[in-house]
Design a protein around this ligand. Structure first.
Ligand code: HEC
Ligand code: HEC
Ligand code: HEC
Ligand code: HEC
Ligand code: HEC
Length: 445
C-alpha cells in the first residue's frame, strides 16, 4: 500500500511537472544546450534520415545566408534602436535556433562561431516535442528532452533511447507551432497551417507530413524492422522540383482569328494543383509569383502584354509598377531620408500573386516584425483557380500571319531589388519558372 501511495504521488507530481513545462516565450532560458543530443548522435543509426535532414532548410534555419542577414542586419539593430522589438528579435530564435532560445543564449553567437545554435531545427529538438500548448503559433510546442524520443509509431525498440508514441506527430498542429507566427502588433505574419485548416486537405485528412515527409518502404535504422519510413526531405520553395507545376496554367483566346486592326481577348487559368496551402505561403513578405504574357508575331517581333485590371480594393499591389517601397529598412540600417528600393522588380503591368505587408504608413515592408496591417490577399488557395484576362489592341506594325501568345508563371523567394540592396546571394532571388502555356491565333488583312 505504501509503495502504491508513493508511486501514485510520483505519477501525480510528474503530471504536475509536465503541465508546468513552459512553451513559447515562457521557455526562454529554461534549458541547457547539453539537454539536447547533437544530430551526429543520431547519424550512425538513422543515416538516411540524417542525410535528408542535412540538405533540408530546417537544418540551416539559423545559418542560411538570408536568415543571417535579416536577423543581424535588420532585426537585431532594429531592436537595439527600439526596445519595443526586443522580444520579437529574441523570438526569431524560438523557431530558427530553438536550442539557443531554450538555453537563453540570445542573440546567439554568429553562425561563423560554430556554436550549437547552428544545429537550427535539429533532430532532438523535434523529437523531444510532446505537445503543442494551445492553437499552434509562435513556437508554442512543449519540449521534454531526455532519454525518450517521441514519434508517430508505437512500440518501437532502440538500443540508444526509449521511444514513445504521441498523437501530435500525426497532426499538422505540430508543424503549425513554428509555421504560424504572430508579430508584436498581433498581425499573423505567417499562417501556413491556418491556410491548410481552411482548405480541402484538412477536411480530407491530409496533413503536412503526406506532402513534406512522404513515406517509402525501408528501415529507419540497421536493427529496425522493414516498414514504411517517413522521409525527412522537407522540400519547399528552395527546391525547384517542388515548386515546378505547383500551379497549372492554361490559356485560350476568345477568337482564333483577328483582323490586323482588331482587338484580341484571351484568358489564362491558374490552378493550385499541388500545394496544401496558399501559394506563396510562409515568408509571404519576401515571396512573389507573377504572370508574364508575351505575344510573338510572324516576323519575330515580341510584344509584352499587361493584365486587365479587375477593380478590387488594393489591386494596385498586385500589378507590377514603377514604385518605391521597403522604406522602413532605413531605421535599422541607420540611413537618414532613405527613399526605399523598387517595390516589385518585374515588368510593369504583370499580375503579381502576393499579399502585401504594410508598415505604419501603409508602405510595403519585408520586416515582418514591423508589419501593422496586411493588404489584399491575392494568392492562390489550395485547389483554387484564378482567371486573368487580357485585352490586346493590335499594334500598327503587327505582321500578318500567326501570333503565338505565351503565358509564363515565375516565382521568386525574395523580391530582387531588396535582395540586391542587402547583398543577399543570387540564389535567393533567382527567377524560377513554375509553368508556361501557349496558344496561337492568326492576324488577317
Ligand atoms: C544505436 C542506434 C540508434 C541511435 C544512435 C539513435 N536511434 Fe533512434 N531508433 C533506433 C531504432 C532501432 C529505432 C526503431 C526503429 C524501428 O523499429 O522502426 C529508433 C526509432 C527512433 C524514432 C521513432 C520513434 C517512434 O516511436 O516513432 C525516433 C523519433 C528516433 N529514433 C529518434 C532518434 C534521435 C533523435 C536520435 C539521436 C538523438 C536517435 N534516434 C539515435 C536506433 C537508434
Ligand atoms: C521538423 C521536425 C523534425 C525534424 C527536424 C526531424 N524529425 Fe524525425 N520525424 C518528425 C515527424 C513529424 C515524424 C513522423 C512523421 C510521420 O510518421 O508521418 C518523424 C519520424 C522520425 C522517425 C521514424 C521514421 C519512421 O517512419 O519509421 C525517425 C527514426 C526520426 N524521425 C529520426 C529523426 C532524425 C535522426 C532526425 C535528424 C537527422 C530527425 N528525425 C529530424 C519530425 C522531425
Ligand atoms: C497537398 C500537398 C501539401 C500539403 C498537405 C502541404 N504542403 Fe507545403 N508545399 C506543397 C507544395 C507543392 C509546395 C511548393 C509550392 C509552394 O511553395 O507553395 C509547398 C511548400 C511549402 C513551404 C515552402 C513555402 C515557401 O514559400 O518557402 C512550406 C514552409 C510548407 N509547404 C509547409 C507546409 C506545412 C507546415 C503544411 C501543413 C500545415 C503543408 N506544407 C502542407 C505541398 C503541400
Ligand atoms: C521548431 C520550429 C519548426 C518546426 C516544429 C517545424 N518547422 Fe519547418 N521550418 C522552420 C523554420 C525556421 C524554417 C525556415 C528555414 C530557413 O531559414 O530557410 C522552416 C522551413 C521549412 C520548410 C522549407 C521551406 C523552404 O523555403 O524551402 C519546409 C518544407 C518545412 N519547414 C516543413 C515543416 C513541416 C512539414 C513540419 C512539421 C513536420 C515543420 N516544418 C516543423 C521551423 C520549424
Ligand atoms: C513562429 C516561428 C518563427 C519566428 C518567430 C520567426 N520565423 Fe523566420 N521563418 C519561420 C518559418 C517557418 C520560415 C519558413 C517559411 C517559408 O518557407 O516560407 C521562416 C523563414 C524566414 C526567412 C526566409 C528564409 C529563406 O531562406 O527564404 C527569414 C529571412 C526569416 N525567417 C527571418 C526571421 C527573423 C529575422 C525573425 C525574427 C524577427 C523570424 N524569422 C521569426 C519561422 C519563424
Amino acid at each position: 500500500m505504501k509503495t502504491f501511495i508513493v508511486s501514485l504521488s510520483l505519477i501525480l507530481s510528474a503530471t504536475v511537472l509536465a503541465a508546468e513545462i513552459p512553451a513559447g516565450e515562457h521557455a526562454l532560458g529554461t534549458r541547457k544546450y547539453g539537454d539536447f543530443e547533437k544530430p551526429e548522435a543520431c547519424k550512425s543509426c538513422h543515416t538516411a534520415i540524417y542525410r535528408q535532414w542535412e540538405q533540408a532548410m530546417m537544418s540551416q534555419a539559423y545559418t542560411h545566408h538570408w536568415d543571417e542577414i535579416e536577423y543581424w542586419d535588420l532585426a537585431v539593430p532594429h531592436s537595439e534602436k527600439d526596445p519595443f522589438f526586443k522580444d520579437a528579435a529574441d523570438g526569431c530564435n524560438g523557431c530558427h535556433a530553438p536550442l539557443a532560445y531554450l538555453a537563453g543564449d540570445v542573440p546567439p553567437p554568429r553562425p561563423s562561431e560554430n556554436s550549437r545554435a547552428n544545429e537550427s531545427v535539429s533532430c532532438d529538438l523535434c523529437h523531444s516535442i510532446t505537445s503543442v500548448a494551445s492553437d499552434p503559433v509562435n513556437f508554442n510546442w512543449v519540449a521534454e528532452p531526455g532519454r525518450t524520443k517521441y514519434g508517430a509509431k508505437e512500440g518501437l525498440a532502440s538500443p540508444h533511447h526509449i521511444t514513445e508514441y504521441r498523437d501530435i506527430y500525426t497532426q499538422s498542429e505540430y508543424c503549425g507551432s513554428c509555421h504560424n507566427e504572430m508579430n508584436p502588433f498581433g498581425i499573423m505574419v505567417k499562417s501556413t497551417q491556418i491556410e491548410w485548416t481552411e482548405g480541402p486537405y484538412a477536411k480530407e485528412g491530409v496533413p503536412c507530413f503526406v506532402c513534406h515527409m512522404p513515406k517509402a518502404p525501408g528501415r529507419s535504422a540497421p536493427m529496425a524492422e522493414e516498414g514504411m519510413v517517413a522521409q525527412h526531405v522537407f522540400l519547399g520553395a528552395h527546391n525547384e522540383a517542388k515548386l515546378k507545376s505547383a500551379i497549372e496554367l492554361s490559356i485560350h483566346p476568345d477568337e482564333r482569328e483577328v483582323p490586323y486592326d482588331g482587338t484580341l481577348r484571351f484568358q489564362v487559368e491558374l490552378f493550385n494543383a499541388k500545394a496544401g496551402h496558399k501559394v506563396p505561403t510562409g515568408s509571404v513578405e519576401d515571396r512573389i509569383m507573377w504572370l508574364d504574357v508575351r505575344a510573338v508575331a510572324e516576323d519575330g517581333r515580341e510584344y509584352h502584354l499587361p493584365v486587365d485590371l479587375k477593380g478590387f480594393d488594393g489591386e494596385e499591389f498586385t500589378v507590377a509598377a514603377d514604385e518605391l517601397a521597403y522604406v522602413d529598412m532605413g531605421v535599422p540600417l541607420g540611413l537618414k531620408d532613405f527613399k526605399g528600393v523598387q517595390r516589385d522588380g518585374v515588368p510593369v503591368g504583370n499580375r503579381i500573386f502576393r499579399m502585401p505587408y504594410l508598415d505604419e504608413n501603409g508602405v510595403m515592408t519585408i520586416q515582418q516584425w514591423n508589419t501593422r496591417s496586411l493588404g489584399v490577399d491575392y494568392r492562390i488557395a489550395p485547389r483554387e483557380t484564378k482567371i486573368e484576362h487580357f485585352t490586346w489592341s493590335m499594334p500598327d506594325d503587327i505582321a500578318f500571319g500567326f501570333v503565338t501568345v505565351t503565358a509564363r508563371l515565375y516565382y521568386q523567394k525574395l523580391v530582387k531589388p531588396v535582395a540586391d540592396f542587402l547583398n543577399v546571394p543570387e540564389d535567393e532571388s533567382e527567377r524560377i519558372l513554375i509553368n508556361e502555356a501557349s496558344t496561337t491565333i492568326e492576324v488577317y488583312d
